[in-house]
Design a protein around this ligand. Structure first.
Ligand code: COA
Length: 335
């Protein structure tokens, strides 16, 4: 029998727009304070893409990833974009990225799993590598959340930002390195706690849906907070148990960046030292599908993510959707 092929992340890249929207600026837009936002969420500022759609975040992230791997776009077999703010419902944002970067030989599709989008897309991409069908799968998490955020609603507008980040999946050169395990979950009973009510086939856009602000994100923050704390901590503990890992064995937790308090609860449950948690929510807020690959790329660029390290990715988002992925990191640190 031939040996099992394992998928590995072989390159990372990210893009954040230049424009910064600080808490101080939000104080002028809605009834909020920097102090409230920082203590309740950990967010200090977020990035805003002024021109263009989500593909304008995804494409430069993809190009950065390819550059870091030293390959041409024509070598990519598959492009998967995780997003809930696609440029348009169709064609897929992945097709738009393909054209922008010139990945002529790739076939392309989007994955919609909100804040768990990257983790779900990553696991999907791994299947193509593990099956032996494809050799180079580009997985991108990208969201222009500012396009669906109501900047008169203080409950949501302080939370979100725009970013894109990408990873390349290839067959691992070492069976002990790569994407080792995953646990993914969904519960559609959470559908009304966090959603965009209008614009789809249930409530197609009309003057009324616009007047009722149904094209913006709606979130019952308190309800989501309660289930997110439990969901992310449970699934992270589960993946550690399945792989006989203690907090001492895990080198990095890469949590979805929705709220610092949720991240802290997850870390405590995993019994991890705070120095092992990737946190950049202060700079970017919640960039939905981009948060996890953005952390991976920033930490790799900083030389802090090293070959052989045990990395747990963990997310929770609308749907509900949640999951964790164990990765034995396979890229040498950036020198
Ligand atoms: N500035 C000031 N006050 C605000 C505010 C803001 N930006 N947003 C809400 N408030 C107010 C509320 O109106 C409420 O006032 P009230 O008590 O007079 O009604 C009060 O602050 C407390 O609101 P509450 O919702 O209880 O705050 P919270 O501690 O739950 O924090 C969130 C709110 C949104 C930060 C938090 O619930 C959260 O992070 N939820 C989960 C987000 C998440 O994980 N999403 C899933 C993945 S995307």
């Amino acid at each position: 029998m031939s040996e099992r092929i394992r998928a590995a992340i072989t390159a990372v890249g990210h893009y954040v727009p230049e424009k910064i929207l600080s808490n101080k600026e939000l104080e002028k837009m809605v009834d909020t304070t920097d102090e409230w936002i920082v203590t309740r969420t950990g967010i200090r500022e977020r990035r805003i893409l002024e021109q263009g759609g989500t593909s304008e975040l995804a494409a430069p992230a993809a190009l950065a990833c390819l550059k870091n791997r030293g390959i041409e776009a024509g070598e990519i077999d598959v492009i998967i974009v995780a997003t809930i703010s696609p440029d348009m419902f169709f064609p897929s944002t992945a097709c738009l990225v393909q054209e922008k970067i010139g990945a002529k030989n790739a076939w392309c599709f989007d994955v919609s799993a909100a804040c768990s989008g990257f983790v779900f897309a990553l696991v999907t991409g791994c299947q193509f590598i593990e099956a032996g069908t494809y050799k180079k799968v580009l997985v991108i998490g990208s969201d222009k959340m500012s396009a669906i955020t109501d900047y008169t609603d203080r409950n949501t507008c302080v939370l979100f930002g725009d970013a894109g980040a990408a990873v390349l999946l290839e067959p691992s050169d070492d069976p002990n390195l790569g994407v080792m395990d995953h646990r993914l979950y969904s519960d559609g009973a959470g559908k009304n706690a966090l959603y965009q009510k209008g614009g789809g086939s249930l409530n197609p856009p009309t003057y009324q849906t616009i007047d009722n602000k149904m094209h913006y994100i709606y979130q019952d923050g308190k309800s989501v907070f309660k289930v997110a704390v439990i969901g992310m901590a449970d699934v992270s503990a589960e993946i550690m148990k399945r792989n006989n890992l203690t907090g001492a064995d895990v080198d990095w937790l890469v949590p979805h960046q929705a709220n610092l308090r949720i991240i802290d609860a997850c870390r405590e449950r995993m019994n991890l030292d705070p120095s092992k948690v990737m946190i950049n929510i202060d700079k970017y807020g919640n960039t939905t599908a981009a948060t996890i690959p953005l952390c991976l790329s920033e930490w790799w660029h900083a030389g802090k993510l090293k070959r052989g390290q045990k990395v747990v990715l963990s997310s929770f988002g609308a749907g509900y959707t949640w999951g964790a992925v164990l990765v034995n990191w396979s890229i040498d640190p950036k020198s």
